[in-house]
Design a protein around this ligand. Structure first.
Ligand SMILES: *[C@@H]1O[C@H](CO)[C@@H](O)[C@H](O)[C@H]1NC(C)=O
Ligand SMILES: *[C@@H]1O[C@H](CO)[C@@H](O)[C@H](O)[C@H]1NC(C)=O
Ligand SMILES: *[C@@H]1O[C@H](CO)[C@@H](O)[C@H](O)[C@H]1NC(C)=O
Ligand SMILES: *[C@@H]1O[C@H](CO)[C@@H](O)[C@H](O)[C@H]1NC(C)=O
Length: 680
């Protein structure tokens, strides 16, 4: 078998060849960064854009930019070539194509005109299977076949470095290897494990596993690994130990031969949570309910490839077809790119009362369960399976209903990932109208799509409290932050007020479906209030004198304007609160302020956000919808940011905002599914 950590035995036989040039196609387009292994906040490995989208010649990176050494070599007729990573020596293969789907990144290479190599990085997404979704593991499948009709002698090789385990390269590692259920694997971990803590967004705990199929046979010949293992445990950067797996395919002809690798991290505990217990609970990874040791969960994942590939292809086709039908190829390109990034923000946890899904506000500040990050992301969950949204909302309800939050409005987040410890002092980042509106809208959306109206009854008292706050504060919102907190506080925000008023209107339906005591009276009261507010809101928030008329950024600021993305919830919930004339007015106005890469968020900056662009597009006229989608695609293709897709960018340049935040890899791209989450 082929398990060892000594890199040199293969490389010492390499010939030095002049690098070949690469001219690759990119289908449907070249993302700013290409997802390689993206399953969770901790398994998030990308090929950054400075590679030009070419796999050999650059080190893969963790989303936060740390190098995670992942090398790939192929040896054809005794000559080695590099197909992934930046190991200096062997010639690079020629990348001929790249293609992505919702779950896969597929690279095809020409190897010296002799063989064709395909590397498929598959990160499964399981909206309907929490256990499979909880596994922080990903596949790399290699397929090799003759390109010139002749048979060739082929070996493939891949290794990973200790860099996957920590950004601090002075940290000591320990490691081992074995064979489990036909999976030959390396395992490695930090010697100093610190559970439930991060270092520069990487986990300070857990065991990493890298494996392939165990095979017997031709592994002792030249060009293969010698199965030796260094037992000198040492630091990540101390001679850079790597964990290598090579497979000798022997003679490869025109029939494709395949090799499967799996990579992942396994953690016993995944989240701390302040729920309705007195103290903090440490929640386990869901895998612990099915497997006794990490290696078993890893081998089960590895051996499930056939089913996983089938499931992935089914999901890929569904997303493509639905999106293509709803918004054409540009829209399919966006939704397809969003899937792994959105699900890669999630962590499934097992509690004593129930299972939960936690969400990391990746890159903006690492908060956990941020209500106004869940909100932009939530269309993808409604589309795939509304129960996912419930499992994300549950921790927020449980924390606040058990008396662990003192304010009358909704909490903003539960702490810093992976610690959902709550804010018993109420000193979270206050976004009162924003989060009350978001919680009511998402709770009703979940109940409508799932049919679970009992959920509304269960949470009626808290929903009613938040709605009372909105009745008090939504029509004339005080100076406060909206979700776009990078733009600062402002009083009387027109778009924010609309969210609050839609929240009040939504409560009329929450009351009706909840079957709570005096539901009819409550429902009617909320309805009357919302209708009164929406007519006043039009008076305050619309500049009727300008040509064309439009909503303002803030009341009484006639020269201002803003993207009215909160109007989306009116259609999402089928409320019919906002008159059609307002939708039509905004579409006509957007035509006049469209920049090269989209509509600016408001008149304070040229900044915009791709998630809100698509929210606005979803309820715009057909022509404006198409124009917005086209511009967001243009940003994805043109941005000079080579990092995992941002949501915040400059509408004039398509790049990160100058003097603004550099967001990336945020799960909010789930909002690209806004068109698909609308009622049919
Ligand atoms: C190849 O294998 C033969 C026999 O096992 C050995 O004598 C020779 O040194 C090996 N060559 C290399 C380059 O490893
Ligand atoms: C709403 O305003 C009323 C009257 O000022 C006040 O009594 C009530 O506590 C407020 N409710 C909330 C939830 O803020
Ligand atoms: C907010 O708008 C209302 C209605 O136009 C106005 O009476 C109030 O003065 C405004 N508040 C601020 C702080 O501008
Ligand atoms: C703003 O525009 C409205 C018409 O929409 C007009 O009635 C009002 O006087 C204007 N306010 C200012 C301060 O110019």
């Amino acid at each position: 078998m082929a398990v060892k950590s000594l890199f040199l035995s293969l490389l010492s036989v390499l010939a030095v060849v002049t690098p070949l040039t690469s001219a690759s196609t990119f289908t449907p387009l070249r993302p700013p960064a290409i997802p390689l292994a993206v399953r969770s906040p901790y398994l998030s490995t990308w090929l950054n854009g400075d590679s030009g989208g070419i796999l050999p010649g650059s080190w893969p990176r963790f989303w936060a930019d740390q190098i995670v050494g992942w090398q790939g070599l192929i040896r054809v007729d005794n000559v080695a070539y590099n197909w992934m990573g930046d190991y200096n020596g062997p010639a690079h293969v020629t990348q001929t194509s790249f293609e992505y789907t919702s779950t896969q990144s597929i690279f095809t290479f020409d190897v010296a005109g002799k063989v064709t190599l395909t590397a498929t990085f598959l990160s499964p997404v399981h909206p309907n299977d929490l256990l499979l979704q909880s596994l922080q593991m990903s596949y790399l499948q290699l397929s090799v076949k003759s390109a010139d009709g002749s048979a060739h002698d082929v070996q493939v090789y891949s290794d990973v470095s200790g860099e996957w385990a920590s950004p601090d390269h002075s940290q000591a590692l320990n490691w081992g290897n074995g064979i489990n259920n036909g999976c030959a694997y390396h395992r490695f971990a930090l010697a100093n494990q610190v559970e439930l803590r991060e270092d520069a967004d990487m986990a300070k705990w857990g065991m990493w596993l890298f494996g392939t199929d165990y095979r017997t046979g031709r592994f002792v010949d030249n060009g293969t690994l010698d199965n030796s293992e260094s037992t000198t445990f040492r630091a990540i950067s101390d001679s850079w130990p790597v964990f290598a797996l090579a497979v000798d395919l022997g003679s490869v002809s025109t029939g494709a031969q395949e090799v499967l690798y799996s990579i992942g991290v396994v953690q016993e505990k995944v989240i701390t949570f302040q729920g309705d217990s007195d103290g903090l609970e440490e929640l386990a990874g869901l895998w612990t309910t099915h497997y006794s040791i990490p290696e078993d969960s890893f081998a089960a994942f590895h051996n499930n490839w056939d089913q996983e590939l089938h499931d992935a292809q089914t999901l890929d086709a569904k997303v493509h077809n639905d999106a293509f039908e709803a918004g054409g190829q540009d829209y399919a390109s966006l939704t397809t790119l969003a899937v792994r990034q959105a699900f890669g923000g999630l962590q499934v946890a097992h509690g004593t009362r129930q299972d939960y899904i936690f969400l990391k506000e990746i890159s903006s500040d690492g908060d956990i369960q941020t209500v106004d990050v869940i909100f932009p992301a939530h269309p993808i969950f409604l589309y795939f399976n509304p129960e996912l949204l419930k499992l994300i909302l549950d921790p927020l309800f449980e924390n606040q209903e058990s008396g662990h939050y003192p304010n009358p409005w909704s909490i903003h987040d539960l702490g810093f990932f992976p610690n959902a410890d709550g804010f018993p002092e109420g000193n979270d980042e206050a976004m009162p109208v924003e989060e009350c509106g978001n919680m009511i809208i998402m709770t009703l959306a979940y109940a409508l799509r799932s049919g679970n109206t009992q959920y509304l009854e269960q949470h009626w008292p808290l929903l009613d409290q938040w709605a009372q706050f909105l009745v008090n504060d939504s029509l004339i919102p005080d100076s406060q932050l909206s979700t776009d907190d990078f733009a600062g506080r402002l009083a009387n925000q027109t778009n924010l007020a609309l969210k609050g008023i839609i929240g009040v209107r939504a409560m009329a339906d929450v009351a009706k479906y909840s079957g709570t005591a005096n539901a009819d009276v409550a429902s009617n009261t909320y309805l009357q209030t919302a209708q009164d507010y929406i007519s006043k809101w039009q008076g305050y928030g619309i500049n009727t004198a300008s040509t064309p008329p439009h909503t303002t950024l803030a009341y009484n600021d006639n020269d201002s304007h803003g993207l009215l993305y909160n109007i989306y919830a009116d259609r999402l919930l089928g409320l019919g609160l906002v008159p059609d004339s307002v939708y039509e007015m905004q579409s006509a106005f957007y035509e006049t302020i469209m920049e090269d890469f989209g509509i600016p968020l408001d008149t304070r900056h040229d900044w915009t956000k791709s998630d809100w662009e698509i929210f606005a597009a979803a309820v715009a006229s057909d022509s404006v919808k198409a124009e917005i989608i086209e511009r967001v695609v243009k940003m994805v293709e043109a941005t000079t940011s080579g990092r995992p897709l941002t949501d915040l960018y400059d509408a004039a340049t398509g790049n990160f905002p100058v003097d603004g935040n550099h967001f990336m890899n945020r799960p909010v791209v789930g909002g690209f599914f806004a068109l698909l989450a609308l009622p049919k």
